[in-house]
Ligand binder design. Structure first.
Ligand SMILES: [Zn+2]
Ligand SMILES: [Zn+2]
Length: 175
């Protein structure tokens, strides 16, 4: 869905849609959409800004990604608002400095006839995901020695007291 500037010049555009998995492209992001994505909100052209568009809304979806520690599938239930500003790309051309208003969270740029809502949604979903994607905060990860998933079974690799491999180190420390 194109948030058309021409249309925005006449009125606000409201959107309220459901995107089944596969409709939005997350193929290069290493994440998978598990549930239909629900996006609702509106776009408006701000007056006396030379074409700045504000897009606000709410995204609800469940995403899946490999856990950073154990590589098992980790699920993320997202339900978060967004509030974005887009300026026409021509407005920055030739300007040496790009002023960033601290009061505005995000400023993007658009070219041509408008902004694709789908591109906004894809980008926002990725931003809403946590930096560290873990299956759970308590994830034990994978043993670096034997490669076992420590969440599923424990292994004896961790330096057990009396383990020969570590005795040399102990002596070294003490001595
Ligand atoms: Zn994990
Ligand atoms: Zn191990």
């Amino acid at each position: 869905m194109l948030l058309s500037i021409q249309e925005l010049e006449e009125k606000k555009i409201s959107f309220d849609g459901v995107y089944e998995p596969g409709k939005l492209d997350f193929s290069e992001s290493g994440v998978t959409q598990v549930t239909p994505l629900h996006a609702a909100g509106q776009a408006e052209l701000l007056e006396n800004t030379g074409g700045e568009v504000r897009v606000t809304g709410q995204i609800t979806v469940t995403m899946e990604a490999d856990c950073d520690r154990c590589l098992a599938k980790a699920r993320f239930d997202l339900d978060a608002p967004f509030d974005l500003f887009y300026e026409p790309n021509s407005a920055v051309e030739g300007e040496v400095e790009i002023a960033i208003d601290a009061g505005q969270a995000e400023i993007g740029f658009y070219m041509g006839a408008g902004i694709e809502l789908e591109e906004i949604l894809q980008e926002q979903v990725l931003l809403m995901l946590p930096m560290h994607r873990l299956c759970s905060e308590a994830c034990q990860g994978i043993c670096p020695i034997c490669g076992k998933n420590r969440n599923e079974s424990s292994c004896d690799c961790s330096a057990a007291p009396g383990d020969d491999r570590w005795s040399g180190l102990k002596q070294f420390k003490v001595g």
